[in-house]
Design a protein. Sequence first.
Length: 108
Amino acid sequence: MANDAVLQTALQIHSAEARHAAYFRRMRRDVQNLTNNKPWITLKDRGNLPEFTQPIYDGEEATVQATVNIANIVNANPASEAFDEPLEMAQVVAILNNFFKEGQKLPG
């Protein structure tokens, strides 16, 4: 990015959202006594969440980063856990629309 201030802000937002997601996964685990739920995503496992949430987790099974197959260094589980995958705008809109009522959904 050409603007370091914008990049820094974007990375801070990303970091805060990752902490929020981990906190909620940990909270679900503790409240529901789910001993195998971790605060991070393994492969594309959504745990006990409803089927409509699967698009949030799809793509998280990736083990190749910067052309390096991390699963050749460690196995696929920690390789997939180590990185968050980017989403296209259409994927983000489809995920967000799960949380909006009909007539209020985002276009796209």
